[in-house]
Write a protein that binds this ligand. Structure first.
Ligand code: NG6
Ligand code: CA
Length: 506
């Protein structure tokens, strides 16, 4: 194994209290491994084999899960994308930032350029840093001119290199942005974007159904790109528009190229590989179309898994597996119909995207935020299943501890020992968020305060967790949250409400 010129070791001392006696385990860990986040979009707790899926095969993700720590209580910070990504990169609870909600493609950057972030912290520790894939944290500081350098963006919050899509695959602009510049833009065909009104003469999903190769179910009826109606209006930039079916290969190639360029250099690297699958529109490459028998949603999960396998192969070829710490997770739980007719519901069969969990994307119930959460580090992490309560918000403090950074963020807990599988101690408590509503988990208990609003989002057919009364569940006995025991355990409820208020500041 070749590694960088500077190799340093951190000694992790774990003290565990047993009945009456103390035992300590210590472990030597390389303090500056390469670090990779593989982050999927809308992948559910039950969507991969290692988490119980039987109807879909995900060998690459399973290999990481079965060769590393597979967390059963691993959480995204929120049940939607932008807030989860905000927390992942900043270590700050997303409900502290009122702008951390699903953003349009024209939204300004919601991370302050003076704010500490995972990539900034790692840069201070001598890392090179990169993002390839979905951003969705806003760009610019007001009105963006997509024909000039789009800034501030990822490069201004800590990434040396960025190759991104601005928001989501279903939102304009449908172009890649390379270190702030729209990739492949012809200056004679400038891009115009609006989220309020169409550009004269441009077809839309609403008015031109004859031009569509994918039909919209709700929303998604503005500009048409590659036969797919999107959210938002776009004109120009023809040469720069992405090919949806090639997006997975395209991001994979960029991620692989980055690894190859930065392998075994003086500085270690941090790569945030933010995949677009299985978010809508689900556009598998023809190699994967029809392969899952579950329609495009299943097909793009196969595609994502293949990409992860290829990406890991690159790490192997470069001899990096033993000095690369990998975290794999998802930004929120699963959804079937998220706005297009794509057979996700019709062809689901007996697959359970959320496993035994209730709810899904957008939900305060468990399936909104509890997601696959895997850490892998060949030779350093012993394969195991961990029930420790961990959250993506903790990656900041945990990586600070690993790399010797003194930076702290109060919402982010140092769970390095749990992430490395040398302790089964996770957080004691966690605030969960879904579209600015919040709930509280402590131990095996979850408390959801009363919220107005529909109990189910009928368009996506997901129970949101809203009720007129307090809800209390004991996940040890009732993982599917079917029995609200608030009435039966008034003292527990009181304790949970107090714990929740202490953090939320009510
Ligand atoms: C919703 C979109 C949904 C998806 C989501 C963002 C409609 C009707 N629905 O507003 O399709 O794009 O935003 O998903 O437009 S996320 O994973 O990026 O949070
Ligand atoms: Ca998402």
């Amino acid at each position: 194994m070749k590694i960088g010129l500077f190799k340093s070791i951190v000694i992790l001392l774990i003290v565990t209290t047993f009945v009456g006696c103390q035992s300590s385990r210590s472990k030597q860990v390389l303090s500056n491994p390469n670090i990779v986040f593989i982050y999927l979009d809308d992948l559910g707790y039950g969507d991969i084999g290692a988490y119980g899926a039987t109807e879909i095969e995900t060998p690459a993700m399973d290999a990481l899960a079965n060769g590393g720590v597979r967390f059963t209580n691993g959480y995204a910070s929120s049940a939607t994308c932008t807030p989860s990504r905000y927390a992942l990169l900043t270590g700050v609870y997303p409900w502290r930032n009122k702008d951390a909600a699903i953003l349009p493609g024209t939204a300004p950057l919601i991370i302050g350029t003076d704010q500490m972030t995972v990539p900034k912290m790692l840069k201070e520790q001598g890392y090179k840093t990169a993002i390839v894939g979905k951003w969705h944290l806003g760009l610019g500081s007001g009105v963006v001119d997509w024909n000039e350098r789009v800034t501030p963006g990822p490069n201004e919050v800590g990434f040396d290199y960025s190759y991104i899509m601005a928001a989501t695959q279903d939102r304009v602009p449908t172009v890649y942005i390379d270190n702030g510049y729209v990739d492949g833009l012809d200056k004679n065909d400038p891009i115009k974007i609006s989220y309020t009104s169409n550009f004269e003469g441009e077809p839309t999903g609403k008015d031109n159904p004859e031009l569509l190769t994918m039909k919209w179910h709700h929303g998604h009826n503005n500009s048409i790109v590659n036969g797919i109606p999107r959210i938002g209006y776009m004109k120009g930039g023809e040469n720069a528009k992405w090919s949806d079916v090639d997006m997975a290969d395209h991001f994979l190639a960029k991620a692989q190229a980055y690894v190859k360029e930065n392998a075994n250099k003086e500085k270690p690297f941090f790569l945030y590989y933010a995949m677009q699958q299985p978010h809508v529109p689900r556009t598998p490459h023809p190699r994967f179309a029809g392969k899952s028998g579950m329609g495009p949603r299943g097909d793009v999960i196969l595609e994502a898994d293949w990409c992860i396998g290829e990406f890991i192969k690159t790490l192997e070829e470069e001899g990096l597996m033993e000095n690369t710490f990998i975290v794999l997770s998802s930004d929120n739980g699963p959804v079937l119909n998220d706005g297009y007719y794509d057979d996700a519901v019709e062809k689901l069969g007996s697959h359970k995207p959320a496993g035994a969990l209730r709810g899904g994307k957008y939900s305060l119930f468990e399936a909104g935020t509890r997601v696959p959460f895997i850490t892998y580090w060949k030779g350093t992490i012993q394969p195991q299943v961990s029930d420790a309560l961990v959250c993506q918000i903790d990656l900041f403090a945990s990586l600070a501890a690993l790399t010797g950074s003194e930076n702290t963020i109060s919402d982010s807990e140092n769970l390095l020992a749990a992430l490395l599988g040398v302790s089964d101690k996770g957080r004691n408590e966690l605030i969960l968020e879904a579209s600015s509503r919040t709930a509280y988990r402590r131990g095996s208990w979850v408390m959801i305060p009363p919220y107005e609003g529909a109990s189910t989002n009928k368009l996506v057919n997901i129970e949101l967790g809203n009720d007129t009364v307090y809800q209390l569940y004991n996940l040890d006995e009732d993982i599917s949250q079917l029995r609200n025991v608030a009435g039966k355990h008034p003292n527990k409820l009181k304790e949970m409400v107090e714990g929740f208020n202490a953090i939320r500041g009510h």
